[in-house]
Design a protein around this ligand. Structure first.
Ligand code: SF4
Ligand code: SF4
Length: 116
């Protein structure tokens, strides 16, 4: 999924005009993508003169960092070593479930791709 680096966006509006599904609008002089409409075609990324439209994969390190910070923040509520261990085990289960959802979704998407 593309995202806008607001520091780089000059507000020129080129991406707004070129998005095939009208998924981009301007908000306070910056481009904003409606992820509910975006078909991930990459056109905005190709045409932005400021290189302000970034790839989703660039956010992976940040998202991992946020997950770890979230877990550490919650772990502060655990008083004993046992509570911490049990909490961390639940976090493992939580992220395993996220992984299974992603894997099953990928598998279904591949099936749809083969059918079309
Ligand atoms: S084309 Fe790039 S600089 Fe121009 S509004 Fe879109 S994101 Fe911002
Ligand atoms: S990736 Fe394509 S559909 Fe999504 S916002 Fe950019 S131009 Fe529009």
């Amino acid at each position: 999924m593309p995202w806008i680096d607001e520091e780089k966006c000059s507000g020129c509006g080129i991406c707004v005009k070129n998005c095939p599904v009208e998924a981009i609008c301007m908000e306070n002089g910056k481009a904003k993508i409606d992820m509910g409409k975006c078909i991930r075609c990459g056109k905005c990324h190709e045409i932005c003169p400021q290189n302000a439209v970034r790839h989703d994969s660039e956010k992976i390190p940040q998202e991992v960092k946020e997950n770890i910070e979230w877990a550490k923040r919650l772990m502060k509520h655990c008083k004993t070593k046992k509570e911490k261990q049990e909490f961390l085990e639940r976090m493992v289960k939580h992220f395993n479930k996220e992984k299974i959802v992603a894997e099953k979704s990928l598998s279904k998407i591949k099936e749809i791709k083969d059918e079309n």
